[in-house]
Design a protein. Structure first.
Lengths: 342, 449
């Protein structure tokens, strides 16, 4: 990365900490609050500008928290844990609004639909969808194996990934609308903003993707590790993928990415752990196992250029752009929360 | 960031009823002060408060390329991936598989998944064997055979239900299948905890240190006697024995120390690989040649040995001296000459099971390029059938010995300590199904410089 001596666009904001490995979180209330869940079952609400703890609670999930999701309105925060429960929190008051029963095992995924009408949660081989009142609307049949990840392809359709399959369900009815099969363990999934392209990282160090409209699928190989971090740009043109220490960027412009060379963003010296595009524009943030954080401008395409670097205390578990893209938060394996102004 | 110590993982396999849960409870109830996490694939009534017990349904993930060594256990990746997200990491992880589990994918998970491999280290595979039922199980299922073949430790459990002779037979059957494993006997899985934990079996630095003689190679001969002889003619006299003939190689200038015996034994293995010349009673035995003494006639039979100058003679005989009451007699005074040193060798014998161990032990150096070619070909053709392998190699031109180990086609090797003054040699062991021992030995011998 050029210009390493300066930190580029990442300027010191605040740091704070939670009680254990910081698992997941996000900005709420339009960026006024940063929510974080940790591996000991604690949740924390940090004041967005100062990092002061507004409220926190310990052991809200027996065992550990596993996943979180911020409601699109920014006022509610869902947490899921090893206790089979999903809790819906009022961000400003710090109290539990709803306790949802999501199964009898680990609830590894929880995601609000883009319109905030539905909340989906997966536990073992099943996925359940709840409405805003916290009522369970439907639950799926058993998937062939444990659901590894879930995502909304729009506000009316939920996608799930597991070993060998991506499935699509109608949000309101739970009807299975499409099934994409591939013999491989799908460990990560991202959908293009229009919901047409589904990309999955696979255990065998490949990225597999499908174009749902044409039914065409392709596989991108050559990764050094399993691509567990994936991110689509807001315009749906660039797909950034981890799977090794370089960020590999595929362009869906024209006939690509089939038959094209990807862009390689080289800076990290350890495998990429997380990737996230800014809410608007073409800035991409990447984090790695050694705690390095980089920001890349992909304005001019997949080659990109580094525009900022910084370092967290330990392996970066998540990166979150504030809704106005003027700050970037990093969660790490030591439970340290670092926020930079951009 | 400092490199963290990886958390050791022990895998417990064994058929239903073999005592896995009993052993698990035993390990957990010992006062060890360690934080142990247990991953269970079948309901096993583990009831110990100080351990975190996680139930996980076995999920086998095969890859689209069809390569069996890429097959991993999804449930372990998920659970272990989650266990490492804790500040207070566990000191130890135990995985109790189902009775029907294939240990291959379990072991491979630690090598194939980079995230898991960076946080956890496979310490060893312990297989519980129900002494009363294993004979039937071995005949019926591939899984129980593979669980034995993959093991670093075989706990022969419920020994109170089988008599001593039965146990010896069983142990020898297990030993044939897996000569790398340590076998311990128990009644109610009451084995010392240190025999099953912290084995370092997959650690290249430790694996060979712990059992420097894990390879007791098999020889085509059972006995050696060393005689100090003055010039003259001698009779080798044999009584009637169990076979109508017996092979033999005579070594002149045989040293009496163990190292000298071992070196000659290596040399004799190669002589034994050559066709034997048949000798009738009364004929003279040439030195340094593979000969076959014909013993069909009744009564004692004698063969001649001619010694021109004072010699220390080594006899490498197919059977023990006892079996044929072998005597060496000086012709001129009919005086019997006693041997000064004797030793017995582990003899080759028929292996009944499809799964077996092949041990190769050779002195000298190997050509690196030839070795890579041979091993590469072997693993690509037979990797599916090779469950485990382990050993060390003396590569020509390298000052340090090269240690290696593998699971199926996954191969891991590195230079180890310098040879220094120790004699350079090679030890390899392969455990697998229907392996062609002769072909593998020949293949390796061709790599020797």
């Amino acid at each position: 990365m050029s210009n390493q001596s300066k930190k580029g666009i990442l300027r010191r904001g605040w740091t704070s900490s939670v009680d254990d490995y910081a698992i997941s979180g996000g900005w709420s209330l339009g960026g006024e609050v940063l929510m974080v869940a940790d591996a000991s079952g604690g949740i924390f609400a940090f004041e967005g500008k100062s990092g002061d703890v507004l409220w926190s609670q310990q052991k809200v999930h027996e065992g550990s928290g596993l996943a979180t999701s911020i409601h699109p309105s920014g006022t509610k925060f869902a947490t899921a844990g090893k206790d089979g429960k999903v809790l819906v929190w009022d961000v400003s008051k710090g109290n539990v609004m709803q306790t949802l029963d999501a199964g009898s095992g680990w609830v590894e995924n929880v995601v609000w639909s883009p319109d905030g009408q539905w909340l989906a949660a997966s536990c073992s081989r099943q996925v359940r969808v709840f409405n805003e009142d916290g009522q369970e609307i439907w639950q799926s049949d058993d998937h062939p194996s444990t659901v590894s990840t879930i995502a909304w392809s729009g506000s009316t359709e939920l996608a799930t990934a597991c070993y060998g399959r991506v499935s699509f369900f109608e949000a309101a009815s739970g009807k299975l609308s499409q099934k994409l099969e591939w013999q491989g363990s799908l460990v990560s999934m991202v959908l293009s903003p229009d919901g047409d392209i589904v990309a999955c990282g696979s255990q065998d160090n490949t990225v597999h993707f499908w174009r749902r409209s044409s039914g065409k699928d392709s596989m991108m190989s050559g990764y050094a590790g399993k691509p567990s971090a994936l991110a689509f740009s807001a315009n749906g043109i660039l797909l950034a993928t981890g799977g090794g220490q370089d960020v590999t960027v595929w362009s869906f412009q024209g006939d690509g990415p089939e038959g094209t060379e990807p862009g390689f963003l080289e800076f990290h010296e350890q495998p990429i752990t997380t990737l996230t595009f800014a809410c608007r524009g073409m800035n991409l943030a990447s984090g790695s196992r050694d705690g390095e954080v980089a920001v890349w401008s992909l304005k001019s395409g997949k080659q990109g250029k580094g525009i900022g670097v910084a370092v967290a205390l330990d392996a970066v578990s998540q990166l979150y752009w504030r809704p106005d893209d003027r700050a970037l938060a990093a969660l790490d394996a030591q439970g340290c929360i670092t926020v930079w102004r951009t | 960031m400092e490199t963290q110590q990886r958390v050791p993982v022990t895998i417990l396999t064994g058929f239903l009823g073999s005592g896995k849960t009993t052993l698990l409870n035993r390990i957990l109830s010992e006062e060890h002060g360690k934080r142990i996490a247990v991953i269970e694939n079948e309901y096993g009534e583990v009831g110990i408060d100080q351990a975190l017990v996680i139930d996980a349904e076995e999920e086998i993930f095969e890859m689209s390329n069809g390569c069996i060594c890429c097959t991993v256990r999804g449930d372990l990746i998920r659970v272990l991936g989650n266990l490492m997200k804790r500040r207070d990491k566990f000191d130890y992880v135990l995985v109790e598989t189902t009775g029907l589990a294939d240990p291959g994918p379990v072991a491979q998970t630690f090598f194939m998944d980079d995230e898991i491999g960076s946080e956890f280290a496979l310490d060893g595979i312990v297989t519980l064997v129900d002494a009363a039922h294993i004979n039937q199980q071995l005949g019926r299922s591939d899984e129980s055979t593979e669980q034995i073949a993959f093991a670093d430790v075989l706990v022969l459990n419920k020994t109170d239900l089988v008599n001593g002779e039965g146990l010896d037979g069983l142990e020898s059957r297990l030993r044939d299948m897996n000569r790398m494993a340590k076998i311990v006997r128990s009644e109610k899985a009451n084995v010392p905890v240190e025999t099953v934990l912290n084995l370092g079996a997959f650690n290249l630095d430790q694996a060979l240190e712990r059992r420097p003689t894990f390879l007791e190679p098999e020889y085509p001969f059972e006995w050696t006697g060393v005689y100090s002889l003055e010039p003259g003619r001698y009779e080798l006299s044999l009584a009637e024995g169990p076979d109508p003939s017996m092979s033999l190689v005579v070594v002149t200038d045989q040293g009496k120390e163990d190292e000298a015996l071992r070196q000659s034994a290596e040399w004799c293995v190669r002589r034994y690989a050559e066709p034997a010349e048949n000798l009738n009673p009364g004929e003279t035995i040439p030195a340094g040649q593979h000969v076959n003494l014909l013993l069909e006639a009744s009564g004692r039979k004698s063969f001649m040995l001619e010694i021109e100058s004072h010699a220390q003679l080594g006899l490498y005989t197919q059977h023990t001296a006892e079996e044929f009451d072998i005597k060496l007699i000086r012709e001129e005074n009919k005086q019997e000459i006693p041997f000064e040193v004797e030793r017995t060798w582990v003899a080759q014998h028929e292996h009944d099971d499809e799964v077996g161990s092949i041990a190769i032990e050779r002195d000298g150096d190997v050509d690196n390029e030839k070795l890579n070619k041979w091993l590469g070909k072997l693993l690509s053709e037979r990797g599916v059938d090779i469950f485990r392998m382990k050993g060390f190699i003396s590569i020509a031109g390298e000052s340090r010995r090269f240690v290696f180990q593998g699971v199926h086609m996954l191969f891991d090797g590195q230079p180890d300590r310098p040879w220094g003054d120790t004699p350079r040699r090679n030890q390899l062991i392969f455990i697998g199904r229907n392996l062609d021992e002769e072909d593998m030995r020949k293949g390796f011998d061709e790599c020797l410089v």
